[in-house]
Design a protein around this ligand. Structure first.
Ligand SMILES: [Zn+2]
Length: 214
């Protein structure tokens, strides 16, 4: 090929660095264009603006999806018991999550024992509780992306890690399930879960574009 099939720009000549874009980049550009504007090839010249406009749209979508997930993921039930009596469930599979955080123990203990016992244990509790909710949200997100809508049998464990034991590791495990009679949940949970499933499908679809380059 000596010229771009789209814009007819040449690929030949000394100092000419123009070349055809890779197939995956063409797919990415076309994904964000209306079907009537789709082309089978773009070169670096005619694809440049289209690539960056697709990249903007992709980033906007990822931001919108992440924000929605972050704000609504706790509508997904995540419970320690195996199966509430009113639930009709189908088991999907095991989900696990880990979250590590520094306790600040060895830096802050130097200041004074009083601080550690009082204020620091408070800040440590806050960190552990952040770790717990991170883990539970990971379990929920995994369950949704596996086609589930709830997590049951959740268990949380803690361990000190690191050579100076200055870190706390929170681990959570659970079973992703599909609750068939969603009517047992409050109406807002039902609605948010439906939307979470929708954005998760969208994320799966555009996820393949995460490494596309010009
Ligand atoms: Zn071109």
């Amino acid at each position: 090929m000596e010229n771009c099939p789209n814009c007819n720009e040449s690929f030949k000549g000394f100092m000419n660095s123009n070349k055809l874009l890779k197939e995956e980049t063409v797919e990415f550009i076309n994904h964000y264009l209306p079907p009537e504007e789709h082309k089978t090839h773009y070169c670096e010249k005619c694809g440049y603006d289209k690539y960056y406009s697709a990249k903007d749209k992709y980033n906007d979508a990822v931001n919108r999806i992440s924000k929605f997930q972050m704000n609504n993921i706790d509508f997904v039930p995540c419970i320690s018991i195996q199966e509430p009596r009113s639930w009709d469930i189908e088991v999907i599979g095991l989900v696990t999550a880990q979250s590590t955080m520094g306790t600040g123990f060895y830096t802050e203990i130097a200041s004074s024992w009083g601080d550690f016992i009082g204020a620091d244990s408070k800040s440590m509790n806050a960190k552990v509780s952040t770790g717990e909710s991170n883990c539970l949200n990971i379990l929920r997100t995994k369950a949704i992306s596996m086609g589930g809508n709830a997590v049951v049998g959740v268990d949380i464990d803690y361990a000190e890690v690191g050579s100076l034991k200055g870190m706390i590791l929170v681990c959570a495990t659970g079973t992703a399930v599909r609750l068939k009679n969603l009517d047992v949940l409050p109406i807002e949970n039902k609605e948010q879960i439906a939307q979470l499933i929708e954005v998760s499908e969208e994320m799966k679809m555009i996820g393949k574009f995460s490494k596309v380059q010009l």
